[in-house]
Write a protein that binds this ligand. Structure first.
Ligand code: NDP
Length: 404
């Protein structure tokens, strides 16, 4: 497992200064909810948004960060004007530079990396390079950058703590164990909204149906990823990197109730599981307080009232994106970057009703087959491969998939 360093944490009695990248998203809002419950322990130093400047403004008035960043440069003047006549105004920044600044401010202790997609990579990397405790929700950043982000965290003594509920669960199940005693990691998956949908109805799935996850309230992109199970595919790659495992040491089990968030199997036959109601405030509170515990706002499960828990193997025919993620892992090199970028473009096209749900894996497969998988290890070359894939994928959708 990636060694977790402790030098970036403030002493338990100190107030931890937090920067939230993607404050206006689902994870960002849940993070502020937890922080609000513990005003004596956490102070909000920086908040960032992309387009939702109304919510960012409300968050600023409530939490008074020193710095606010609007990534979308076209909206920064409009955002700034909202503070006219107010006695409080944060330092306002924009663009990627602003995001990286929010991630690396000297007074910040913890950075919540909760921007969605590849857009979050430079700022997440900046947080690790600045030695911050980096709370990693932005799985795409890790999937595309691989060892670059892990090594940056290591060499700058930054704690990299997983926020994804599955990886946070694994992190907790591994606590206190010897690495050599771990047999395998078992990631649970709800199976999303289409677990039982007849296969011949998949092509007619609408964006509204795909974002309606049965158990979790999440942003649109990750909700579609859950429906295709690409989310689990990205999580397999994430788990391999975070816990230094091979693909064959990571098992996926469908568990529709989303009560067990993941498990670790040990050589002596023990399975250690993490159980909680499906609410992101649980892993967020864990990572904010680690190695201590704080209240998240969610009670523990009432076992006597819990119905049956089911488990079964995933059907890779039903969910071809899962298979594509395994293929990308096996191919190595930049295949994970291509997988991620093609998926982001395909999901955005699906959400705009430009392609069908069933065309998402076809588009990703096309990109994986036609774009060269060379080894890319630097941020610039990773971003260039990401751009190359986006350009290719958009052109492919325009020419070959999009209905005329
Ligand atoms: P949302 O879509 O709800 O929020 C995304 C956030 O990123 C928003 O603050 C958005 O700003 C910002 N953002 C979007 N594009 C850009 C950009 N180009 N530059 C800067 N900021 C941008 O996503 P989620 O909160 O659901 O997910 C965030 C991350 O966490 C994802 O990587 C996801 O996979 C991961 N995750 C999410 C979980 C969940 O329960 N939601 C669970 C586990 C992991 P704005 O809204 O202002 O436009």
């Amino acid at each position: 497992m990636v060694e977790v360093q402790t030098s970036s944490s403030p002493a338990p009695s100190d107030v931890a200064h937090v920067s939230i990248l993607g404050a206006t998203g689902s994870v960002g809002v849940n993070t502020l909810d937890v922080i609000e419950r513990h005003e004596a322990k956490f102070s909000v130093t920086a908040l960032t948004a992309n387009n939702n400047i109304d919510l960012l403004f409300d968050q600023c008035l409530k939490f008074h960060p020193e710095v606010a960043v609007v990534a979308n440069e076209d909206l920064v003047d409009q955002f700034s004007a909202k503070f006219n006549g107010s006695s409080y105004k944060p330092d306002i920044h924009s663009g990627n530079q602003g995001l990286e600044l929010a991630a690396s401010l000297s007074e910040v202790d913890f950075v919540m990396a909760a921007i969605v997609g590849a857009a979050g990579l430079p700022a997440t990397l900046a947080a690790a390079r600045a030695g911050k405790r980096t709370l990693l929700a932005n799985k795409e950043a890790l999937v595309m950058s691989g060892s670059l982000l892990i090594n940056a965290a290591r060499s700058h003594a930054a704690e990299l703590l997983p926020i994804d509920s599955e990886h946070n669960a694994v992190f907790q199940c591994l606590s206190g164990s010897n690495e050599c005693d771990v047999e395998r990691i078992i990631l649970t998956a709800s199976g999303g909204p289409f677990l039982k949908l007849p296969l011949d109805e998949f092509a007619a799935v609408t964006p509204e149906q795909a974002v309606a996850h049965p158990n979790w309230e999440m942003g649109k992109k990750i909700s579609v990823d859950s429906a295709t199970m690409m989310n689990k595919g990205l999580e397999i790659i994430e788990a391999c990197m975070l816990f230094e495992k091979n693909a064959d040491e990571i098992e996926v089990v469908i568990h529709p109730q989303s009560i067990i968030h993941s498990l670790v199997a040990y050589v002596d036959g023990s399975l250690i599981a993490h159980l909680a109601y499906p609410d992101m405030r649980v892993p967020i509170a864990h990572a904010l307080a680690w190695p201590q515990r704080i209240q998240s706002g969610i009670g523990t499960i009432d076992l006597a009232k819990l119905g049956p828990l089911e488990f079964h193997a995933p059907d890779r025919n039903r969910f071809p994106c899962l298979q594509l993620a395994y293929q990308a892992l096996e191919a190595g090199g930049s295949a994970a970057i291509i997988l991620n970028a093609a998926n982001e473009v395909a999901v955005a096209s699906f959400l705009h009703s430009e392609i069908r749900f069933t065309e998402i894996p076809q588009v990703i497969d096309q990109a994986l087959q036609h774009i060269a998988h060379e080894n890319v290890l630097e941020l610039e070359t990773i971003l260039a491969k990401d751009q190359e894939t986006r350009t290719y994928t958009r052109a492919y959708i325009e020419q070959s998939v999009r209905p005329s």
